[in-house]
Unconditional design. Structure first.
Length: 579
């Protein structure tokens, strides 16, 4: 490395004496403004006060020591260590309390388990503070040799004893915010995870005073007890809403061409549809997967169950295709960048779209690395940013490019959106990029009236200030359906402005809440009422694909007959988007 180069950025979330040591010995790196807490670091990254290209981080095991926030800060530090290590950064931990190393390692291991980070991707190095500055710098030299230019000898202050200084406690995030911290603020372009030689947990082994017995593997927390199965209530008949098919869906124009003015936002988008500089031309030059289908799920009212519908539709497609012997790859995208719910529903929060956004190239390898697999559902997910303040950094251009990239990687894409259907991310990306649009409503009068307003805006011609989305591209899902609530079939169809109902999901409030609170959404695919309804919806959305009908488990087989029947006409038999 050229010794005149400023070198990589170093973020120090530790005591001032350590920061002063790292900046005083002529090492070819750039020490950023010292941060007194983990919360301060995340805020500084989000606010641009820290170099987002920094890839070396130094933490401390003793921040907030002696305050009521000591334990919370240690937990947040452990989560940051895991998050940064998993993203490929070089992570160091200053150890001021050698006798507590086993406890520190256990807290970090528990944080890794909570974030779903495998041990083989967890790499960090302990700095023996009690042995002095020379031992600290020698440790970092060994780890960073070849990456950072170190001087041949240290300055005269290197052997000055390091001591902690009093700290003014800094504002801390809540435990929920800390656990959901988002790594997308750091650009790790120069250091990929695969470049690091890893072990189960790689820690620098210091001389005698620092040697500790490796802690026993932490016992994972016991899973929350599964509530007893409620006694099945006598089934109510479904409301008289027929499930119908729709017109053949239009074919969207390829990238770089002008679409028809009647498709939402296409004329405005495609006049200058140049790719962002990070886009991968090689990936986008590939044709879409044969028979690829992209589905947008939206609504006009919060609480309609839109995110639940997106998750269970994606899971139903994956399961039914697997059961049929022709598994389809499915990707679920959370496009609600300010209030995304998918992460909470699947119980995983990282990585997010921001981790792709900061990559130098959005190629298939980097995209796949930053998708989260939802076990049980067998779908990959692209999570929305955790913090709403970062939403603007992943705008329409980014998502349009990523959606088109994913269309070349997955057979089926399901996009969960916000209720702000006029937002550019929805109006200019989610709606026009979709082959099929599912509008979710409940039978509440406010939801049905809101749906009528939204569909009027969405389907109105562009020259009448609408979005120009063809009605044959849209279907209505009636969620949380129950009989005799003062909302009849004709009212729903009238509000739909000619858009047909394509799915009816029965109400099962207790079971849905239980699955949601325990992060076990996949169990609803076996629910005797909800499972068959989503299987029917999946087969309607993909009429040309071989999907297996829903099959009850043996113990629930007698309940299968209780599934409310739906009217089946000629349009339905021909599949969704067919009249």
């Amino acid at each position: 490395m050229d010794s005149t180069s400023p070198g990589p950025g170093v973020i120090v979330v530790a005591e001032r004496p350590l920061a002063d040591l790292l900046s005083s010995q002529g090492i070819a790196w750039t020490i950023q403004e010292r941060q007194p807490s983990i919360a301060a670091m995340w805020d500084a990254l989000s606010g641009g006060r820290l170099d987002q290209h920094s890839r070396i981080l130094v933490f401390s095991d003793a921040l907030q020591q002696g305050t009521q926030s000591e334990a919370t800060e240690l937990q947040q530090t452990a989560r940051a260590i895991v998050a940064m290590s998993n993203a490929g950064a070089r992570v160091f931990v200053a150890v001021w309390q050698a006798e507590r190393v086993p406890e520190l390692q256990q807290v970090i291991a528990l944080a890794a388990t909570a974030q779903g980070v495998p041990q083989e991707r967890l790499v960090y190095h302990l700095l023996p503070i009690e042995q002095g500055g020379r031992a600290v710098l020698d440790t970092m030299r060994r780890v960073l040799e070849g990456e950072v230019a170190f001087p041949s000898s240290w300055g005269p202050t290197v052997d000055t004893a390091l001591s902690r200084q009093a700290f003014t406690p800094s504002p801390l995030w809540s435990a929920a915010e800390a656990e959901a911290v988002d790594l997308g603020a750091i650009d790790l372009a120069g250091l990929e995870v695969e470049d690091i030689e890893v072990e189960d947990i790689e820690v620098e082994q210091p001389p005698a005073p620092m040697r500790t017995t490796p802690p026993a593997a932490p016992t994972p927390p016991e899973p929350a007890p599964t509530p007893p199965e409620p006694a099945p209530a006598p089934p109510q008949p479904a409301p008289p809403i027929a499930v119908r098919g729709l017109n053949a869906r239009p074919t969207l124009p390829p990238i770089g061409t002008n679409g028809p003015s009647g498709v939402a936002g296409r004329s405005a988008i495609d006049r200058d549809d140049s790719l962002p500089p990070n886009a991968s031309p090689e990936l986008l030059a590939r044709p879409k997967r044969p028979g690829q289908v992209t589905i947008t799920v939206t609504s006009s009212k919060g609480g309609s169950g839109k995110s639940t519908a997106s998750i269970l539709l994606a899971g139903s497609v994956a399961r039914a295709s697997q059961d049929a012997g022709h598994p389809l790859s499915v990707c679920l995208i959370d496009l609600d960048t300010r209030d995304g719910q998918v992460a909470s529903l699947i119980g995983k929060f990282m990585p997010t779209a921001l981790n792709i956004r900061v990559q130098p190239v959005w190629d298939e390898e980097r995209i796949r690395r930053n998708l989260v697999h939802a076990e049980g559902l067998d779908v990959d997910t692209l999570l929305a940013p955790i913090r709403p303040r970062t939403a603007d950094t992943v705008g329409p251009d980014f998502y349009r490019t990523i959606i088109r990239s994913l269309q070349r990687m997955f057979d089926v894409i399901v996009m969960d959106t916000s209720v702000q259907y006029l937002d550019p991310l929805i109006a200019q990306v989610a709606l026009p990029e979709a082959d099929e649009i599912l509008f979710v409503t409940t039978l509440a009068s406010t939801a049905v009236q809101g749906m009528a307003r939204a569909l009027r805006e969405i389907t109105a011609p562009v020259d009448e200030s609408g979005l120009g989305v063809p009605r044959e591209k849209i279907g209505i899902i009636v969620n949380q359906s129950v009989a005799n609530v003062g909302m009849e079939r004709d009212q729903v169809l009238a509000a739909g402005l000619g858009v047909p109902v394509v799915g009816v999901i029965p109400l099962a409030t207790k079971d849905v809440l239980t699955a949601t609170n325990l992060n076990r959404m996949y169990t609803l695919l076996d629910h005797p009422l909800i499972g068959p309804a989503y299987n029917d919806l999946a087969r309607a959305c993909l009429p040309g694909r071989e999907l297996s009908p829903w099959r009850a488990e043996p113990e629930t087989a007698p309940v299968r007959a209780a599934v409310p029947p739906v009217a089946e006409d000629e349009g339905r038999r021909r599949g969704l988007f067919r009249r």
